[in-house]
Write a protein that binds this ligand. Structure first.
Ligand SMILES: Cc1cc2nc3c(=O)[nH]c(=O)nc-3n(C[C@H](O)[C@H](O)[C@H](O)COP(=O)(O)OP(=O)(O)OC[C@H]3O[C@@H](n4cnc5c(N)ncnc54)[C@H](O)[C@@H]3O)c2cc1C
Length: 424
């Protein structure tokens, strides 16, 4: 009999489990990974999954707001088998803290919103032809956007977003910050259409947790099975709960670096880096200057965060009783993994964030402030590194196929993750 197994019941593992019927082993007790919703009551610190009564819950997601971008019709109809979807047009902005201005995203296509002198300089820099040696993300960002927009936004934002790695890693995901010179000129005249990779998105009508639970109901999932070691000679997977399972073939959605460590394989190249994210989910009274955008990119904050999202600006069902006087927010701050803050530091950080958001007029009284540490959040590469290919092929030689955003160590969202699982 063939022993195949899938590791991880996030979106990739769930869709792979549905398509193949292969058993899924998951560390946690519920499906969906960081893209799953949970619920909290004002003034309480308990996280509820799948609450059954109509108490006034805030709904959050472990990894902060997770909106489904770029799904093609086949993918969307796959998802709709499990949950009805609602459609939204993105509304996001860049906050320029010095002037307190919100400039619609992407900044480079909305120059009419910045001060006239800076506007003129930025327009010249963006439309001039720029050439130079590009080795790192910082080289690319500086060359692409010119001195003025770099000083205003791009440099400090990338420093925060990559936890300082941007001067050492190679450029990637350039499509997230496009540069069409025609649109730059139109934007300076105040008429840019909504553009970018995430101009529209969908979200499950009853929450991502319901989508994950419905998908999971079609899979054979073994919860509470955290893999700790894989014996590639005996072909045994060892779990933290003491169980062992034998395999012929593994399909793993776990981070590539963890799989290399757990199998004891040794690529010749040093591992590529990743950054972690500390997500705060806050439920509060809506402040007098709370913006209406779905999320805001922040290049500078006293607390060190780089993005503030507003679940309740996407849909009112994220706050108790759909109350328009309440807001639910997610705040993301990047860290190097080795700089994970202690519990005391997280407590202090929570207070600083609350003060800062209050000072910005985004919130008033806070009812809930809940933190999640996402250890492998953003995956990067050193310039010239071939570690990813080498690690994936070493695992492949041992009948271990890597799947998904973290398995293949490359940027992708939920839609692409589900699609990859479906293709298995
Ligand atoms: C801060 C942040 C914001 C994001 N926002 C968006 C967004 O708005 N829209 C979007 O489309 N995408 C977003 N993403 C990306 C999205 O989270 C990923 O595309 C998606 O989670 C990938 O799913 P996955 O199943 O491949 O991985 P995961 O969700 O990581 O699933 C892996 C599963 O493996 C389990 N696991 C881990 N270790 C073990 C172990 N040792 N043993 C057993 N099981 C284990 C985990 O518990 C998890 O359930 C965001 C990512 C981050 C970090």
């Amino acid at each position: 009999m063939s022993h195949r197994m899938i590791l991880g019941a996030g979106m990739t593992g769930l869709s792979a489990g549905i398509r193949t019927g292969v058993p899924v082993y998951e560390a946690e007790t519920s499906p969906g990974g960081i893209c799953s919703s949970y619920y909290m009551l004002p003034g309480d610190t308990t996280r509820f999954t799948n609450p059954s009564d109509s108490s006034p819950y805030y709904r959050f997601e472990y990894g902060g707001g997770h909106w489904i971008f770029g799904g093609d019709p086949e993918l969307l109809s796959f998802i709709e088998q499990y949950s009805p979807l609602k459609r939204y047009a993105r509304s996001s902005a860049v906050l320029l803290p010095e002037s307190g201005t919100y400039v619609p995203y992407p900044l480079q296509y909305h120059l009419s919103h910045i001060a006239p002198q800076a506007q003129e300089r930025a327009l010249q820099e963006l439309t001039a032809s720029s050439q130079g040696h590009i080795e790192t993300m910082a080289d690319w960002v500086r060359l692409q956007f010119g001195a003025t927009l770099n000083a205003l936004f791009f440099s400090p934002f990338h420093e925060l977003y990559t936890a300082g790695l941007w001067t050492k890693i190679r450029p990637q995901d350039n499509y997230k910050t496009p540069l069409d010179k025609q649109l730059v000129i139109q934007g300076a005249e105040g008429k840019t259409p909504d553009v970018g990779y995430n101009a529209e998105f969908v979200y499950p009508e009853h929450g991502l947790d319901q989508l994950a639970l419905q998908m999971a109901s079609q899979c054979d999932i073994h919860y509470g099975h955290r893999v700790t070691r894989i014996d590639i000679t005996q072909k045994h997977v060892h779990f933290e709960n003491g169980h062992t399972a034998s395999y012929d073939h593994i399909y793993s959605t776990l981070p590539l670096s963890h799989m290399i460590n757990m199998t004891g394989l040794s690529p010749t190249q040093p591992a590529d880096p990743h950054s972690s994210v500390l997500v705060l989910n806050i439920g509060a009274e809506r402040g007098p200057r709370c913006p209406n955008e779905h999320w805001i990119y922040v290049p500078e904050s006293k607390s060190g965060f780089h993005r503030v999202g507003f679940y309740s600006n996407v849909d009112p069902h994220f706050v108790p009783d759909n109350n328009p006087d309440l807001a639910s927010l997610y705040i993301e701050r990047a860290f190097l993994p080795e700089e994970k803050p202690s519990d005391e530091q997280i407590m202090a950080y929570k207070r600083t964030v609350e003060e800062e958001l209050r000072a910005w007029g985004m919130i008033e009284d806070v009812a809930v402030n809940d933190a999640t540490w996402v250890d492998v959040a953003y995956t990067w590469s050193w310039p010239g590194s071939t570690w990813i290919d080498e690690a994936i092929s070493l695992l492949k030689e041992q009948n271990i196929t890597m799947l998904g955003r973290y398995g293949r160590w490359h940027f992708q969202g939920i839609a692409a993750s589900i699609k990859e699982g479906m293709a298995l």
